[in-house]
Design a protein around this ligand. Structure first.
Ligand code: C5P
Length: 294
């Protein structure tokens, strides 16, 4: 299942439950984690993780894929006869603002429902996804979609064409709650969040230059305060020819929009040479959400 970036992320004042109301446009890009599920003894839920950032992924109940499997078993299955062994191969960086954990949760829900042969409606799966995290429903849907509520309410957006991006991974992760806290300090009375009409028009046009002029992330100033050197990465990407650049979600990954595939190759080579970020990846979007591959 794919990573996501937010083409726009507008954030309002915290609600009474601590979450922030969002108006966002999610965009799934071609950077994938894989989750394999095999039967385990009843009530046995285990996970192993390899690949990008594997050392920093918890293997206990804090693991979102384990949480997803247990939630599905508890609510939908004959749970005392169910168990699973999950194996995750990561390409999406941990705590990168790309919803890697959410993607793993979405995949675990689908994989376990299939493995256990459960009769679960897509409605029920969507509701479990929302319980697991604000970005999990989008991870199941994929494509380009409008997100509202705390991000968990998603509807597909009208979008034409596909877009090429260069992602710059940061040296350290950023904690999403910490970025939201800094946002609150910087914005004591933010307005009610709304997706800019220009962004939706740009998406319908399919023109990357037009889309580039409309990208915005309200969390970016907070992420830049917590990791000031991200500013250099953003400036370097723009100097090296990106149409636009922004911090993805709560960061620290920076996403650069480019005109096409050859521009993506050029920018990724030049940005790697600057040595400002840990790694650089070329991706495109939109791509489909979590999928079962036999
Ligand atoms: O929903 P999820 O568990 O992924 O959110 C992680 C954290 O991010 C929340 O505990 C909260 O601190 C913050 N958050 C928020 N408003 C949102 C989404 C997330 O404050 N809309």
């Amino acid at each position: 299942m794919p990573a996501k970036i937010n083409l726009t992320l507008k954030v309002g004042p915290p609600r009474s439950d601590g979450y922030h109301p969002l108006a966002t446009v999610y965009h799934a890009v071609s950077l994938y984690d894989e989750v394999h599920a095999t039967w385990a003894e009843p009530d046995d839920f285990v996970v192993s993780v390899s690949g990008e950032g594997a050392d920093s992924v918890p293997l206990d109940d804090r693991n979102l894929a384990i949480r997803a499997a247990k939630l599905l078993a508890r609510t939908q299955g004959p749970h005392d006869s169910l168990g699973v062994s999950l194996s995750i191969t990561k390409a999406i960086p941990v705590a990168g603002g790309l919803a890697g954990g959410s993607a793993n949760a979405a995949a675990a829900l689908l994989a376990c429902a299939l493995l256990w042969d459960l009769d679960v409606s897509s409605e029920a799966l969507r509701s479990l996804a929302a319980d697991l995290g604000s970005d999990v429903p989008f991870a199941m849907l994929g494509g380009t979609a409008l997100g509202s509520g705390r991000g968990e309410e998603v509807v597909p957006a009208l979008a034409r064409g596909s877009y090429h991006w260069v992602l710059a991974f940061g040296h350290q992760g950023l904690s999403t709650p910490a970025v939201y806290r800094r946002f609150d300090e910087l914005n004591p009375t933010p307005p009610h969040p709304e997706v800019p009409a220009e962004l939706m028009n740009a998406l319908r046009s399919g023109d990357p230059a037009e889309l580039g002029r409309t990208l915005v992330n309200d969390l970016e100033p907070a992420a830049l305060q917590l990791q000031p050197r991200l500013r250099q990465t953003l400036e370097a990407g723009l100097d090296l020819g990106a149409l636009a650049g922004l911090v993805s979600g709560s960061g620290p990954t920076c996403a650069f929009l480019v005109a096409g595939e050859s521009e993506a190759v050029e920018l990724s080579v030049a940005l790697s040479a600057e040595g400002l970020c840990r790694a650089v990846r070329r991706v495109w979007g939109p791509v489909v959400g979590a999928r079962v591959v036999a």
